[in-house]
Design a protein around this ligand. Structure first.
Ligand SMILES: NC(=O)c1ccc[n+]([C@@H]2O[C@H](COP(=O)([O-])OP(=O)(O)OC[C@H]3O[C@@H](n4cnc5c(N)ncnc54)[C@H](O)[C@@H]3O)[C@@H](O)[C@H]2O)c1
Length: 335
C-alpha cells in the first residue's frame, strides 16, 4: 500500500500517521508519505506520536497553497491520498481572518485536486467540516442532529465553512469524472493530543484546558467565551482516524458522510469537567464580548454507521483526561 497524508504533522495527522506506519509497515513493502509545511503542525508532535516508526515515514516539507512538483511528484503511484492540510483554528482566529482562510483553503484544496487529476490515485479521502452546514440549523443546543441532506441549500456561517464545502464539491467532481474514488468525511469538532495550544489559534477544548491549568496555578477565574451554553458534537481524533481507515475500503462516491456523535455537549459542561479534573476551586467567569460561532449542533451518524461501519467510541471524559495529562506536561515550561 502506498499512502500519502497531507497535513501529517497536525493534530489528526499525527494520530493518523502513527497508526498508518503500524498498520502498513515499511518492511512489508508499504510506503507512507507525509506532507506538511509546519505552519501549525509540529514535527516534534509527529515524532512523539510515531515513536521509532517515524524513521519509516517519508516526510516532505512542502507548501500546498503553491502548486509545485517538489511536492506534487510524491502523488505518483499512490493508492490512497488522505488530505488533511488546510487552515483551521479556533473561532477567534477564523472570524478575524475569513478572507485569508477562505482563499488559502481554496488554493490548497484545488492544488491537491490538480495533483489527483494528474496522478490518479485509486482513492481520495477528503475531510470536510460540520461548519459547512447551514447556520440556521445550528441555532440551539436542542437543534435536531444534522443529517447529510441538510447541507443544501448551503449557508455556512464562516469563510472557513464555505472553503471546506468547496473542497467537498471538487472531490465530488473527481469522482464523477472517474479520476479517483472520493470519500468525503464531514468531521464535527475534533480534539485530542498533538494539538495547537497557542492562545491566538487554539480550538475550544485545548484552549479551555490550558486556561484551567493556568487558573489553578495562579488562582484566577476560568473565562468562558459567551454564556457557555453554546455546544458542539465533540469527537476524539482516535475516532476520526478510525473513520478514515474504515473508508479505505468503503464509503467511496457516496457523497458526504458525517463523523461525530449525536450528542451536543455545552461548553459549560466541558468547563465543569475540567474543574472537576484539574482543580475544584476554580470559578467560572463569562466574557459575552467574545464570538461563540454556531450555537449548537450534533450529528445523526446513521450514514457513517451504515456505509463505513463507524460509531464513536472515545468518551469525552476519557479524551479530556488524556489531553490534560499531555498538556500539563507540555506547559511546564510556560508557567
Ligand atoms: N480540528 C477540528 O475540529 C476539525 C473539524 C472538522 C474538520 N477538520 C479538518 O481536519 C483537517 C485536519 O485538522 P487538524 O485539526 O488536524 O488541524 P491542524 O491544523 O492540526 O492540521 C493541519 C495541518 O496542515 C498543515 N498545513 C496548513 N497549511 C498548509 C500548507 N499550505 N501546506 C502544507 N501544510 C499545511 C499545518 O501545518 C497542520 O500541520 C483540516 O482539513 C480541518 O479542516 C478539523
Amino acid at each position: 500500500m502506498n499512502i500519502l497524508v497531507t497535513g501529517c504533522a497536525g493534530m489528526i495527522g499525527s494520530y493518523l500517521t502513527s497508526h498508518l506506519l503500524k498498520l502498513f509497515p515499511k518492511n512489508d513493502g508499504n510506503k507512507i508519505i507525509g506532507i506538511d509545511n509546519l505552519s501549525r503542525g509540529k514535527l516534534s508532535n509527529l515524532k512523539e506520536a510515531c515513536g521509532n516508526d517515524f524513521e519509516d515515514l517519508i516526510f516532505v516539507n512542502g507548501n500546498l497553497s503553491l502548486f509545485d512538483y517538489s511536492w506534487a511528484k510524491y502523488f505518483q503511484n499512490i493508492d490512497i491520498v488522505i488530505h488533511l492540510a488546510d487552515i483551521v483554528a479556533g473561532i477567534g482566529y477564523v472570524f478575524s481572518n475569513e478572507s485569508y482562510v477562505f482563499r488559502t483553503n481554496l488554493l490548497i484544496n484545488s492544488n491537491i485536486s490538480k495533483a489527483i487529476f494528474e496522478y490518479k490515485p485509486k482513492r481520495y479521502i477528503y475531510v470536510g467540516t460540520a461548519c459547512s452546514f447551514p447556520r440556521n440549523l445550528q441555532l440551539s443546543t436542542n437543534s435536531r442532529p444534522l443529517v447529510e441532506d441538510d447541507q443544501f441549500p448551503a449557508a455556512p456561517e464562516s469563510g472557513y465553512g464555505w472553503s471546506k464545502l468547496m473542497g467537498e464539491i471538487e472531490a465530488g467532481y473527481l469522482s464523477k469524472e472517474g479520476i479517483t474514488d472520493s470519500v468525503v468525511l464531514s468531521l464535527h469538532n475534533v480534539y485530542g493530543k498533538y494539538c495547537d495550544y497557542a492562545k491566538e489559534t487554539s480550538q475550544v477544548i485545548p484552549s479551555l484546558c490550558l486556561k484551567a491549568i493556568e487558573c489553578s496555578k495562579e488562582n484566577k477565574n476560568l473565562v468562558v467565551w459567551g454564556n457557555g451554553n453554546q455546544g458542539r458534537a465533540f469527537v476524539h481524533a482516535e475516532d476520526v482516524v478510525n473513520a478514515i481507515i474504515l473508508s479505505f475500503e468503503k464509503g467511496a462516491n457516496e457523497g458526504v458522510i458525517q463523523i461525530g456523535p449525536n450528542k451536543c455537549t455545552k461548553i459549560n459542561e466541558i468547563a465543569n469537567l475540567l474543574i472537576e479534573k484539574i482543580d475544584m476551586n476554580i470559578k467560572l467567569e463569562y466574557d459575552l464580548s467574545k464570538p461563540v460561532g454556531d450555537i449548537g449542533r450534533s450529528a445523526n451518524f446513521n450514514k457513517a454507521k451504515n456505509s463505513i461501519g463507524w460509531v464513536p467510541k472515545v468518551t469525552i471524559e476519557e479524551g479530556i483526561s488524556d489531553l490534560i495529562e499531555w498538556l500539563k506536561f507540555k506547559v511546564i515550561d510556560i508557567f
